[in-house]
Design a protein around this ligand. Structure first.
Ligand SMILES: [Zn+2]
Ligand SMILES: [Zn+2]
Length: 308
């Protein structure tokens, strides 16, 4: 029989979920996909791409014509196809007014730490070019291939490694130190994701990740991908997975600000923490899982003798 306490918990959680999902939706819908700031005089390309009026100038033009190239898809829009959307403009001004409330709704909640789990790296899944520290908390790219047994569960080409444990239900929180790395992706993925050959990080393929490209563009692995406006720079990220609600949220630990939330993630099968240090072979660039007892403090990694 359902207890009253359980029922209240479910209602509170659903309300929180609705609030977070709506706040996330408004935040994303009011962003310009080109400058990543609030849309200013929003314009629609024929494919649905939205950007500010002044940002149209920074879109690439057709090589032999006047058409605008969409940064996300192959559709070309002629000048006459591009439409202003004053209703969206009004909505954006409302969202701007609500910004302080949205920030509060999306702000990292201290109670999330209650769900912190001890995540370690699963060497059997690690690509052979990745070096894993003895304590299974740090990963970086090595210069040489590591001598590890072949496993079907190992990523054959992509520089990826999964974390343990696997999650099947409930709420879980862990923190990752991304340091000063120029390129990385972290998040969760389905246990059954393809690990052979090249990997496309996409929520449609079971990867729900946030990453940094080229040391400048933060993205979420939606289809098409979502550019994220992140400030201050991400050094440590909190990841909160709610299997019951089907959401995974990312937070900037330095100020608790919200980075991104994936909603409606599939929880029909187990999920695993996901790490990909795509960075160069700099010895200082590693991804670290922060220890549970002392979140936020990362000791220098001690790698096993790898003959480098
Ligand atoms: Zn813009
Ligand atoms: Zn497009």
């Amino acid at each position: 029989m359902l207890s009253l306490h359980f029922l209240i918990l479910v209602i509170t959680n659903s309300r929180q979920y609705m609030q977070t999902a709506m706040a996330e939706h408004f935040k994303e819908a009011s962003r310009c996909l080109t400058c990543l700031s609030y849309l200013n005089e929003p314009m629609h390309l024929i494919c649905g791409y939205v950007c500010c009026l002044q940002c149209l100038n920074s879109l690439q033009k057709e090589p032999h014509g006047e058409g605008f190239l969409c940064p996300l898809c192959p559709v070309v829009s002629q000048k006459s196809d591009i439409r202003a959307n004053p209703q969206l403009g009004e909505l954006v001004s409302k969202v701007k007014e609500l910004e302080p409330q949205l920030r509060v709704i999306l702000q990292m909640n201290r109670r999330m730490k209650k769900f912190q789990v001890d995540v370690t790296l699963d060497v059997d899944t690690a690509n052979n070019h990745l070096i894993i520290s003895d304590d299974l908390r740090n990963v970086r790219r090595g210069r040489f291939k590591q001598n590890r047994e072949e496993h079907a569960e190992r990523f054959s080409h992509a520089l990826c490694v999964l974390g343990s444990p696997r999650f099947t239900s409930g709420r879980h929180y862990w923190e990752v130190d991304v340091g000063t790395n120029k390129e990385w992706d972290v998040g969760v993925c389905r246990e059954s994701v393809n690990r052979q050959g090249k990997i496309l990080l996409s929520s449609e393929l079971g990867f729900w990740t946030v990453g940094l490209i080229n040391n400048q563009l933060y993205t979420a692995s939606t289809t098409p991908f979502t550019g994220l406006w992140v400030s201050p720079r991400l050094r440590q990220m909190g990841i909160f997975l709610d299997m019951d609600m089907g959401t995974v949220s990312f937070y900037n630990i330095s100020d608790g600000s919200h980075v991104f939330t994936f909603t409606k993630i599939s929880t029909m099968e187990p999920l695993r923490p996901f790490f990909s240090p795509v960075d160069d072979m700099n010895d200082q660039s590693f991804l670290s899982i922060c220890p549970v007892m002392n979140p936020g403090i990362v000791s220098p990694p001690n790698y096993p003798g790898q003959g480098e």
